[in-house]
Design a protein around this ligand. Structure first.
Ligand code: SF4
Ligand code: SF4
Length: 336
C-alpha cells in the first residue's frame, strides 16, 4: 500500500497547516482532476429511510420527506434514451425502496436494457407493504448491494439499530432462496462493509473470505462480493466524531494514508450523481454537502449535456481524502 510522501501530519497540528486535497493532488502531479466518462448514473431517489444508522452520510431517517418525483424520474429516463454510454443505473437513498415510484424507475430502466443496482438496507423488506420487494427485484434481475457492516449481531445493532441484525439475516436468507448470491442464477448479491469507528477498512479480499466463512457456517448465507467502504467524515458520522473529539484525528488518519494510485479509479471520474430534486453532482458525498457539479456544466438533469459533463472538473474538498486513503474507497469498494 502506497502512502503520501507529503509530511506526516500530527493530529494535534492546526488543521490550517494541513495540506488541502487539491494541494495533495498537485504535489503528486495529479491535477487537474477531471471526469473521463460517464458510464454510471447514480440516482438518489430520496432521504427517507426506515433506519437511522450512526454512520449515515445522508442523514436519512423516517422523518425525512425528500423524495424524487415521477416527473424527475422521467427526466432521468429521457437522459438514458439519449445516452447509450450509460450502461448502469445505481439507485440509492435513503432506503430507495421507500420512494413510491421505485418500482416504476426499476421497470423503466430495465426496459431500456440498463443494468440496475439497488442499494438496499435489507430491513426495508419488513416495512409494511414492502414484502413483495425481494420477488420484484429477482423478477427484474436487479443487482442488490446490501449493507452489512459485520457478521456479529452486537456490532451491527450498535451501528444500525436494535433488531437490524436479525432482520438483515432473514432478508439475506430470503434473497438466497430466490437464487440471489448463487452461481448460475445471474442474480447478484453483494455486501457492503464499513468500519464501526474512525479507522480504515481492513483488506477487502481477506474480509470477504471471513464474511463468506462466517455467514456461510452460521446462517447458510451465500453472496457474491464484499465491498469495503471508508466512512466519510460528513453528516451524521462527522457529527458523532466531533462530539467524541475525534474529528481532527480522523482527518489526520485519512490524510496520512493518502494513496496516489487510488486517484485514477475515483468513482467521480466515471459516475454522475443525481439528487432527489434532479440536481447533478460528482458523487453522492458531494450531493450531501450541497456541492453540485461546476457551474460551467449544466447543473440539472433536464439540462444534461454529455460532452460538457464528461469533461467536467471534479469539485473536491477535505472529505475526498476518504476516497483516497489506504486501498481507496468507492461505492464499488476498494480502488487498488
Ligand atoms: S446508512 Fe443506509 S440504512 Fe442507514 S440510515 Fe443511512 S440510508 Fe438508511
Ligand atoms: S468524495 Fe466524491 S468528489 Fe471527492 S474524491 Fe470521492 S468521489 Fe470524488
Amino acid at each position: 500500500m502506497k502512502t503520501s510522501a507529503l509530511p506526516i501530519v500530527s493530529s494535534c497540528q492546526s488543521p490550517g497547516l494541513a495540506p488541502s486535497f487539491e494541494q495533495t493532488l498537485a504535489f503528486h502531479h495529479l491535477l487537474p482532476l477531471k471526469a473521463h466518462l460517464i458510464s454510471i448514473l447514480q440516482v438518489n431517489i430520496g432521504k427517507v429511510c426506515n433506519q437511522t444508522c450512526h454512520h449515515c452520510h445522508v442523514n436519512a431517517g423516517p422523518q425525512r420527506t425528500e423524495s424524487m418525483s415521477k416527473d424527475t424520474m422521467d427526466q432521468v429516463l429521457d437522459v438514458l434514451d439519449r445516452t447509450p454510454q450509460i450502461t448502469t443505473v445505481d439507485i440509492t437513498g435513503g432506503a430507495p425502496e421507500m420512494n413510491p415510484y421505485f418500482e416504476y424507475l426499476v421497470e423503466q430502466c430495465r426496459a431500456r436494457g440498463r443494468k440496475v443496482i439497488d442499494r438496499c438496507n435489507l430491513t426495508v423488506f419488513y416495512v409494511k407493504g414492502k414484502a413483495r420487494l425481494p420477488r420484484f427485484l429477482a423478477d427484474h434481475q436487479v443487482d442488490i448491494i446490501a449493507s452489512l457492516p459485520c457478521y456479529e449481531e452486537g456490532n451491527v445493532n450498535q451501528q444500525r439499530g436494535k433488531g437490524v441484525f436479525d432482520r438483515s439475516i432473514m432478508a439475506l436468507q430470503s434473497l438466497n432462496s430466490l437464487g440471489y448470491g448463487k452461481e448460475g442464477t445471474g442474480l447478484v448479491l453483494d455486501l457492503v462493509y464499513n468500519p464501526l469507528g474512525p479507522v480504515l477498512p481492513p483488506p477487502q479480499a481477506e474480509l470477504e473470505q471471513d464474511f463468506k466463512e462466517e455467514l456461510g457456517q452460521r446462517y447458510g448465507i451465500q453472496f457474491n462480493r464484499l465491498y469495503t467502504i471508508t466512512n466519510m467524515p460528513i453528516s451524521r458520522f462527522r457529527d458523532d466524531l466531533a462530539e467524541a473529539g475525534q474529528l481532527e484525528h480522523y482527518y489526520t488518519l485519512l490524510l496520512n494514508h493518502f494513496n496516489p494510485s487510488a486517484v485514477d479509479g475515483l468513482m467521480c471520474r466515471s459516475l454522475l450523481s443525481v439528487g432527489w430534486d434532479g440536481r447533478l453532482y460528482d458523487c453522492d458525498f458531494n450531493q450531501m454537502l450541497d456541492l453540485p457539479v461546476q457551474t460551467e456544466t449544466q447543473e440539472w438533469i433536464h439540462q444534461f449535456d454529455l460532452t460538457l459533463l464528461e469533461h467536467r472538473h471534479i469539485v473536491v474538498g477535505p472529505h475526498c481524502f476518504g476516497c483516497t486513503a489506504g486501498a481507496g474507497s468507492s461505492c464499488g469498494g476498494a480502488l487498488t
